[in-house]
Design a protein around this ligand. Sequence first.
Ligand SMILES: *Cc1c(COP(=O)(O)O)cnc(C)c1O
Length: 394
Amino acid sequence: MLEQLDKEYVLHTYPRNYVNFKKGINATLFDENQKDYIDFTSGIGVVSVGHGNKELSDAICTQVNNITHISNLYAIEPQAKLAQKIAKLAQMDVATFFGNSGAEANEGAIKIARKYGETKFENKRYKVITLEHSFHGRTITTVKATGQNSMHSPNFAPYPDGFSYNDKIDDIYNSIDNETVAVMIELVQGEGGVQPFEKKAIQELAKFLKEQDILLIIDEVQTGAFRTGEFLASNLYEIQPDIITMAKGLGGGVPIGAVLTKHKDIFQPGDHGSTFGGNYLSTAAANKVLDILDEHKNSGALDETIIYFNLKLNKIFEENKNIFTQEVGIGLMRGLRVRDADTLAEIIPAAFNEGILVLRAGKNTLRFLPPLTISKIEIDEGFKRLANALNKIK
Ligand SMILES: *Cc1c(COP(=O)(O)O)cnc(C)c1O
C-alpha cells in the first residue's frame, strides 16, 4: 500500500495526505478510485498550464526523444532561446542563469550580490536585508534569508552571517549600513500569507536603493511566470530590479529555477554552476510554458480568468463573513484570511473530502493558486465544493 511504502522508505518532511492521484486534466485530478478533485493549488503554483497539458507534453517528448541532457560545457539551444524569451517578456536588459529550484535561484542571487559587494566597493559589502514573514527556500542560506524565526531551528545551526529582517518596507531604510549590499523581498509574500506590498512604497524603495548603489533582489519564485497577471510582478509594480529569481510556474511541473540580472558581466566562468540547471529537458519545457502563457495573456483569456476567479472568491467571502475576515492577493495568487488557525485547519480536510484542493499560507490564510489555464466550469465547481465544505464545518 502506498501509505506503508511512503512511511517506510521516504524521509518524513511533510504531513502527507495519502490520496493516490493517477491522472490530471487541466485543473481536475482523478485518484485511483476515479474520484475527481478540483485543483486550486496547481502543486503550489507549479502546474501553471494545467495537468496533462498536451502541448507541453508533446514539446517535452519531442525534446527527450532527441536529447535530454548534455551539460553546461556545451551551448544549449533551448536554454539560450529561453533566456532571450525571458528578457523580452520581462522587457528588461537581463541575462539569466538557470538552476533547478527556487532556493537554488535565490542562492545564485545572493552570490551575485556578494560578488558585487566584494568587487565594487572599497570595503566588503555582504549584508542582505529581508522581511519578516518572507520565504526564500530551504537550503541553509535561504532558510537564514527567510524572515521567520520558526525556520531557524538550532538543529541546523550554525547559519551563514549577513542576514537581518525588517517588519515593514519603511523600516528597511534605517537598517542599511555601509556593509549592506542588497535588499531581497517578495512583492506579494506567498508563504507568508498572500500579502502584496503597496506599489508606491516599493517604487520609492527601488529608487532609494538605486541612489545608494544597493542591489534590489526580487524573489519572484511564486509571483513570476504570469501568476499575478503580468509576466513578472516587477512589471506590475513597474520597477527594474537588479536581480530577479523565478522557479515554480516556469516549467509547468518540470524543475527549473532562474536568476535574471542586469549585471550581465558579474560572473566569470567558474564562479557559479549547476549540473542539471538549464538542460534540454527543463528549458524546452519552460519555452513551451511561456509560449502558452504569453498567448493566454495576449488573447485576453488570462485577464478574464482572473476577473472571474475573483468574482467567485468575493461571493464566497461575502457569504461566509463569520469565517473569513479579509480577501487578499493579486492575479491568480489569492487568499482569504480565516478568523483563526483552528478553523483553517478544519477547512482544508473538509474541502478535500468535498473534492477541492486548497492551500494554507501563514498562520490563518486559505490560499488559492489555481492553474492559470483553469476553466470557468472548474472555477464554478471548485467554489461550489468549497461552499459545501464550509457548510459542513459551521
Ligand atoms: C517556493 C518558494 C521558494 C522556494 O522554492 P523551491 O523551489 O522550493 O526551492 C522561494 N521563494 C519563494 C517566494 C517561494 O514561494
